[in-house]
Each structure stands twice: as structure tokens, then as C-alpha cells.
Ligand binder design. Structure first.
Ligand code: NAD
Ligand code: FES
Length: 278
């Protein structure tokens, strides 16, 4: 069992957990993820590493309670454990050694963005961050992002905090205002990453996105996480999760992400009706 050492409610729908996993923490790098299974009857779900501490031997997860497994994870308390915690998986992010990088995070996408911004900041790269959420109460990790950014822009869709608008719109505003940037890392819902890539494409600004498709084995054998990038088939779990945002087939990824919505709804309803019983 991998013990939960800390648990924090970040917002009404986001939770943070610090997990004791020294072997995973020893090798973890920004951009990688873990595949967890809560118990013997549980499904495996991938969660991007939101932070790691090699000395303490811990991995931090930040998740939104959207499906049965993330809801069930959210019910676990400090001292309880997760049965399987496999990782670190995926290819570490390719991070610049100098220059300026814009780190753009939408919603829960700010969590996987944080370790990249932190590593860039530690290398001395100038980090301009843009983080956004539907409304002020759903903004996460603002303090953490502020600590690793030279500039932080906060956006909300409804204008309850900071810039009134979407993260990619703020990105477009910065580019039009003449902000110099060598790369953009955009992480959030698929539509947000697609629009961010559309914004940077005409300027030829390299743009990385982090894909989060349905995964099963997480080791490149089942094909569940298939994505198309530059006309080639890639398995996100072993070739990603970071890809060139200008080459991703977003329409296909959006379609594939919705393939099991009916089954997910049934599992969610069953979980709620059973009062959390497996
Ligand atoms: P959300 O719907 O609250 O959107 C977050 C932000 O994305 C918004 O505040 C806005 O700035 C931007 N955005 C949303 N719609 C947009 C549009 N049409 N055009 C431009 N910008 C837009 O996001 P959420 O509820 O946190 O996201 C959940 C989704 O994120 C799920 O689909 C999940 O699969 C995905 N996700 C992705 C990753 C990843 O690594 N890419 C990680 C976790 C979750
Ligand atoms: Fe099976 Fe990636 S999750 S190949």
C-alpha cells in the first residue's frame, strides 16, 4: 500500500494528496505521470505528477473528482493507502535551458503544468505563467505558480478574478502586445490546448501540449491511449504525454475521449447509488 500522508481540499472539486512512494519519487521528472489502482476491484487511472520530493520520498497528486475512481480516491483519508502506484511513466518534458517560456494552464491542467514551470524557474529560464479557471473559486495552485513565475496572469471565464476571458485569449493578447517567448507549454482541456496551438501557429512559436487520453495498461501494449501526431500514430503513455501542439489531431482526440461516456455515466451513477460501495 502507498500511504496518503497529506490531504487538502483545494476547491469544491479539486483535491491534493501527498503520497509516500520513495521509489517513484526518486526517478520522477517533470511531465511524467503515475498509474494508480485503488483496490483489487479498481480500474487503473493515469494521474500526472503535480510535484515530487526526492528527499521526502513523496509524490503529490492534484485531481478533479470527475469519474468513479477520482471520486473514490477523494474519499480516502490520511493514513489510508492506494494499492498500486506505478510510475514514473511517460517521457519527461523537454525543457529549455534558457530564454522565455510561457506556461499556460487551464483548470486542473495547472497541476501538471506546475512541475515544468518549477524546473524551468530553477534553471533560470524566464517563466511567464497564465492560469485560468471557470470562476475564481475553482482556481488552483496560484501561490505555487506565483513562486516559480517571473510574471503571473490569472484569468477567469466569468471575470470573477483577474483577466475576464479564456487562457488562450490572454496568450494571444500577450503575443500581440509584443511579449517575447521562445516556447509555450499549454495544459488543460483539449479545446484549450487546441486553441492555444492555433494562437501560436502563425507566429511559429513552438508549443507543447500534454495529452490525457483514456489509458489502460500505461505501458504501450493495449493501444487505448492512441493519438495522432503529425499523421503518425503515437501511444500517449510511452511516446507522451507531451507532444508538439501544432501537430496533434485534436478532433480525433476529442472523439476518442468521449468514447466511453455512457459507460462512465453508468459507473458513476452506480457508485453514487451504492453510497460508495464497490
Ligand atoms: P475547464 O472547463 O474548467 O476549463 C479550464 C480553462 O480552459 C478555462 O478557464 C479556459 O481558460 C480554458 N478553456 C476552456 N474552454 C475553452 C475554449 N472553448 N476555448 C479556449 N479556452 C478554453 O477545465 P477543467 O474542468 O479543469 O478540465 C477538465 C478537462 O481537462 C477534462 O477533459 C480532463 O480530461 C482534462 N485534463 C487534461 C489534463 C492534461 O494533462 N492535459 C490533465 C487533467 C485533466
Ligand atoms: Fe495502453 Fe497506452 S495505455 S498503450
Amino acid at each position: 500500500m502507498f500511504r496518503i500522508l497529506e490531504k487538502e481540499h483545494l476547491t469544491s472539486i479539486h483535491k491534493k494528496m501527498v503520497i509516500e512512494a520513495p521509489l517513484v519519487a526518486r526517478k520522477a521528472q517533470p511531465g511524467q505521470f503515475v498509474s494508480i489502482r485503488l483496490h483489487e476491484k479498481g480500474e487503473r487511472v493515469p494521474l500526472t505528477i503535480a510535484d515530487f520530493d526526492r528527499d521526502a520520498g513523496t509524490i503529490t497528486l492534484v485531481f478533479q473528482e470527475v469519474g468513479k475512481t477520482t471520486r473514490e480516491l477523494g474519499t480516502l483519508e490520511v493514513g489510508q493507502g492506494i494499492l498500486d502506484f506505478v510510475g514514473p511513466l511517460g517521457v519527461p518534458a523537454e525543457l529549455l535551458e534558457s530564454g522565455t517560456v510561457v506556461c499556460a494552464g487551464g483548470g486542473v491542467g495547472v497541476a501538471p503544468l506546475y512541475p515544468k514551470a518549477k524546473a524551468l524557474h530553477q534553471k533560470g529560464v524566464k517563466v511567464i505563467s497564465i492560469i485560468g479557471a471557470r470562476t475564481a473559486d475553482l482556481l488552483i495552485m496560484e501561490k505555487e505558480m506565483a513562486a516559480v513565475s517571473n510574471e503571473l496572469h490569472v484569468c477567469t471565464d466569468d471575470g470573477t478574478r483577474g483577466y475576464h476571458g479564456f487562457v488562450p485569449t490572454k496568450l494571444a493578447d500577450l503575443i500581440k502586445a509584443g511579449a517575447k517567448m521562445d516556447e509555450v507549454i499549454a495544459i488543460g482541456p483539449l479545446v484549450m490546448m487546441r486553441v492555444s496551438a492555433d494562437v501560436t501557429r502563425p507566429y511559429g512559436i513552438k508549443t507543447w501540449v500534454s495529452l490525457n487520453p483514456i489509458m489502460v495498461d500505461g505501458t504501450g501494449m493495449c493501444g487505448a491511449c492512441r493519438v495522432s501526431v503529425g499523421g503518425q500514430t503515437k501511444f500517449c503513455c510511452v511516446h507522451g504525454p507531451m507532444f508538439d501542439g501544432h501537430l496533434v489531431d485534436y478532433a480525433e482526440s476529442i472523439r476518442r475521449s468521449q468514447m466511453y461516456l455512457a459507460e462512465e455515466k453508468v459507473a458513476n451513477e452506480h457508485y453514487c447509488q451504492c453510497g460508495g460501495d464497490r
